[in-house]
Design a protein around this ligand. Structure first.
Ligand SMILES: Nc1ncnc2c1ncn2[C@@H]1O[C@H](COP(=O)(O)OP(=O)(O)OP(=O)(O)O)[C@@H](O)[C@H]1O
Ligand SMILES: [Mg+2]
Length: 409
């Protein structure tokens, strides 16, 4: 497939020369127009498939960085390259943090340029391979703390990994105070901070070294050692981390914080399946209801959301049906309430499945893993937002997120 290329920059000689070279390349389809920062976003919004975008920083770097970030953050189909005569480490670092996959120093050396373009083209080919060849992301989320999100994420990951054909990576995106390693009694030597630092050189060997291996076979991408390091991880880093893991694992399970920030948003947006965890009390249900409303406003594809009712007990005051009525969604799975088993497993750093294999809760987790696996591999599986949403919804990302931060949504 020919990969479309869009050039962005203000009256740039480097881009004009680049366009001429690209016109001769059989694997790339360069847009005849060099776009200014002002019209770049509108032109890109109309493009549906993967597109390679080269942004020239040489004329007005601040404006170019803003444009690049906007494009990269709002449009998931964009693969970004940046070019500049300024090749100071801080400029290159800033480019990478803005989501650039490659940096081209000016004056441009055509063989290097071609090399970079082909590297990205290969990535695009892998990422757009048939769905069955790609990994799947399951994001476990709750807008209320303490309802069992981490318990669900860890136990589900372990149960999914029991099928040895399914490679599973469990990602702790609770970046400040994650607890996945405690739940599984793991000692991490590397964390997501190291992973992000080395995103450029990810290969099977590096992956093997930077993920902690649990005896179940689950690989864990651990939370940062220090809470303050969370701030060093940017949204684009999370996006690229998940992309890299998708190439290596069949299944990625993500534990998320209850806060709906950019990090959580990427995890929800990229998910093939969202497990929204709630308990059966009024505050939890109210919170779940608000989360569902927020998902809707943020354009998160409704059909990929599944409701998990944790600590379910039969009660004459509240039934499964009444929960479904209140929330307007079906309960996908109800996990029974068994605090002694859950807390004993937690305090030993073991999955519930290993401590009390015969308990109702362990059986329930096996059942959940089965239906999740079925759902992920069925042809009617939910789509990612990218595949399903209209450009108009994607365009609402940034304003909506800003509004969330301001408390307007
Ligand atoms: N089905 C269950 N029955 C009884 N107790 C449970 C069940 N699932 C989880 N728990 C217990 O609930 C508590 C909270 O669980 P967990 O830490 O997974 O919640 P969380 O939503 O991740 O919390 P946080 O907001 O702190 O991250 C733990 O003590 C856990 O053992
Ligand atoms: Mg948790």
């Amino acid at each position: 497939m020919k990969v479309p290329v869009i050039l962005i920059g203000e009256s740039s000689d480097a881009l004009t020369a680049l366009r001429k070279q690209l016109e001769r390349e059989p694997d790339f389809l360069v847009d005849g127009k060099i776009h200014s920062c002002d019209d770049a976003f509108q032109s890109l919004k109309a493009k549906a498939g993967p597109v390679l975008v080269i942004v020239d920083l040489s004329q007005n770097p601040e404006r170019a960085f803003d444009t690049a970030q906007e494009v990269k953050f709002k449009l998931h189909n964009v693969h970004l390259l940046m070019t500049s005569p300024d090749s100071r480490p801080e400029t290159i670092l800033r480019a990478m943090r803005s989501g650039a996959e490659e940096f081209l120093t000016q004056p441009l050396h055509w063989p290097d340029v071609l090399n970079s373009l082909h590297t990205i083209r290969k990535k695009i080919t892998i990422q757009h391979a048939k769905p069955s060849e790609q990994g799947r992301i399951i994001t476990v989320f709750s807008s209320k703390g303490g309802v069992g999100t981490t318990t669900v994420a860890t136990n589900l990951a372990v149960a999914l990994a029991a099928d040895k054909r399914t490679s599973v990576c469990l990602v702790d995106l609770v970046l400040q105070f994650g607890s996945v390693t405690s739940f599984l009694n793991l000692e991490a030597s590397y964390t997501i901070v190291d992973f992000v630092k080395n995103l450029k050189r990810i290969d099977p060997l590096f992956l093997d070294g930077s993920l902690v291996k649990h005896m179940s076979g689950v690989r864990v991408l651990a939370e940062p050692f220090h809470a303050e390091d969370a701030a060093r991880i940017e949204t684009a880093d999370i996006d690229q981390t998940l992309e890299a893991l998708l190439q290596a694992f069949k299944c990625i399970v993500i534990d998320t914080p209850k806060e709906f920030d950019e990090t959580t948003f990427v995890a929800l947006d990229k998910a093939h399946l969202i497990l929204l965890v709630t308990e059966m009390d009024v505050p939890s249900l109210k919170s779940a209801h608000r989360a569902l409303e927020l998902f809707d406003r943020m354009g998160i594809y409704q059909k990929k959301i599944r409701l998990i009712l944790n600590r379910y007990v039969k009660s004459k005051y509240m039934s499964l049906e009444s929960v479904e009525q209140t929330l307007g969604v079906k309960v996908f799975w109800a996990l029974p309430n068994d605090y002694p088993t859950a807390i004993a497993a937690l305090n030993q750093g073991l999955p519930i499945l290993d401590t009390e294999a015969k308990s109702e809760i362990a059986k329930s987790y096996w059942g959940l893993a089965n239906v999740v696996a079925e759902r992920l591999h069925s042809s009617a599986e939910p789509q990612t937002d990218l595949e399903s949403k209209k450009a108009g919804i994607l365009g609402r990302w940034i304003p909506s997120l800003v509004a969330v931060r301001k408390g307007e949504l």
